[in-house]
Design a protein around this ligand. Sequence first.
Ligand code: C2E
Ligand code: MG
Ligand code: MG
Length: 374
Amino acid sequence: MSMIKTISITLTIVGIVLLAQALKPAYIICKRELNWGWGSLVILISLFILGYLILATALYQSTNADVFDLVVASILFGGSIFVALVMKFSLRSINQIRDITRQEHHHALLNERNRELLARLPSAVAEQEFELHYQPLMATQNNTIEGVECLIRWPHTDGSATATSDFIKLAEQTDVIVEITRWVIRTSLQQLGQWHLSGHKLTLQINISTRDLAVELVNYVEQHIQKNRINPSYLTLEITENLVISNQVNASKILQQLRELGIGISLDDFGTGYSSMTLLNQLPLSQIKIDRSFVHGMEHNKKHMAIVKSTLDLGKTMGLEVVAEGVENAQQAQLLKEMDCPLIQGYYLAKPMSVTKLEQWLQHNKHITTAAAN
Ligand code: C2E
Ligand code: MG
Ligand code: MG
């Protein structure tokens, strides 16, 4: 066999292999995009390969001209590469378009859900659809429950609930958050007053948002502290640095007025923002809460351990109380106790609970022993 003939046949074989490569994307496109059944696909693919072979063989046999064979083989080979590439890129583009469409659909659904939630919030406030849950904070020095943080919940009549951070983030985009905060302050301070009357001298931590930081907040808190005969030193308001940063001067002024009433101010989720250190210097704080992302895994993560330790040192040097959030196991609790972290909070102690559950829990955990915390 001549050299040219050998090259022609080799090109034809490689061409078939290339076409075989194009079969998978072709199959996916036909099946998924065109909704073709198995039978029609097999027939199509068989015809395709058969056609190629017949064409190649017929052309080789129709002439004895070796050069003509090579030209035909090269054209078929080039065609195979073309088909293989077209199939591959078509499938890739189809997949990309699908992904984008899926993402757009997801965003559209999310926006629709958010719009719906946002529209429902004012009536939820008016109808008092919210509930408050309380999560205990334990003093590590004597293992006693020092206080609770109140965390809002939005249960629905069908038994479901909207995740707190989801609806709080939405509410924070409008003034509805101010109404929510007022409800939280009113309800939790009334509850605190009752606990104090019944002998539970707990402290209370309330989360507030940037839109709340106005003179009206100071008046509202003062009014409800007095109404419920609460010593202001039992109340701490929690702010997050991302919220304060937008209007720091105003925030600082309002927080100072609250401090002058005798109320504590805590910097929540400490270390997660860009300017934790600046805020430490500029805001009238009494407490910092180490974000749970640093407490998470601190027992075997040296970096987390170092962050927790230096925040505790920082707190000590600056005369600030430090709370470690998100304590989930005995090892973390023990390490924090050994590092003189004054207060811990997290699922290890208890999850946020309704008033009834918290009162039962307090009955059983009046004094959490060292053994339990170890
Ligand atoms: P946050 O103030 O940092 O509250 C702590 C969050 O961590 C709570 O989530 C709590 O349930 C959760 N948590 C506590 N211990 C653990 C733990 O050991 N492990 C883990 N994985 N999580 C733990 P929640 O209740 O969903 O609240 C989320 C955020 O929503 C709060 O973060 C706070 O920023 C905001 N928020 C909650 N209630 C209110 C409110 O009444 N007003 C405002 N403005 N914001 C609120
Ligand atoms: Mg908080
Ligand atoms: Mg936090």
